[in-house]
Design a protein around this ligand. Structure first.
Ligand code: HEC
Length: 163
């Protein structure tokens, strides 16, 4: 009995550790999960496992402190769920929309420039932590968020037991 509980705990710890460090060896996600909308016109793009892995590492390093599990700590109304991204103006539930946000973040209605308040690769003076992002890095982290919306139905959804 105790042995079983211990083994389950151990498995849980290993799985959690792997998902946090992103070191679940080489990532191997099926193609459906890696295929995400490219633009608002319905074109799609399939990211490689390597891009997903790079995106996951960048997300953990630079985004997860505010966006753990796709939620937004300081503004729960603007999370990273598929629905939240789809309803933003312009829509952010596609790779180009997401890349645009990482470069030039704007308010949910698209009216205000948020680059003073949110990480932006176009303002390396304000956001040195992502100053060295290449175009490939931006694509990878943007793609990773969209892959998560495919992979995890709870990604970005508010939990009932949270305040
Ligand atoms: C210091 C906290 C913080 C960090 C770090 C952060 N964000 Fe955000 N993010 C926010 C907040 C707050 C909002 C909501 C802004 C608003 O009021 O519209 C947001 C909004 C977003 C949105 C828009 C979501 C939607 O539904 O329209 C995207 C996309 C996003 N962040 C991506 C990222 C990415 C990618 C990173 C890492 C490179 C990142 N964020 C790092 C706090 C953060």
């Amino acid at each position: 009995m105790f042995k079983k509980v211990f083994l389950m705990l151990l498995a849980g710890i290993i799985l959690t550790w792997q998902s946090f460090t992103g070191t679940a060896n080489a990532l191997s996600l099926n193609e459906n999960i890696r295929t995400v909308p490219l633009n608002e016109d319905g074109a799609q793009i399939t990211l490689s496992n390597q891009e997903a892995q790079i995106g996951s590492r960048l997300f953990i390093d630079n985004c997860a402190q505010c966006h753990l599990q796709g939620k937004t700590k300081t503004n729960p109304n603007v999370g990273l769920s598929k629905e939240a991204l789809a309803n933003a103006i312009p829509a952010r539930d596609n790779l180009l929309g997401m890349v645009d946000y990482i470069k030039n973040p704007t308010s949910y209605d698209g009216e205000e420039d948020l680059s003073l308040f949110h990480l932006s690769t176009e303002r390396p003076d304000l956001w040195p932590e992502i100053r060295n992002y290449t175009e490939e890095d931006i694509k990878a982290v943007a793609g990773y968020i969209l892959i998560q919306t495919n992979a995890d139905p709870r990604w970005g959804k508010r939990s009932l037991i949270e305040p």
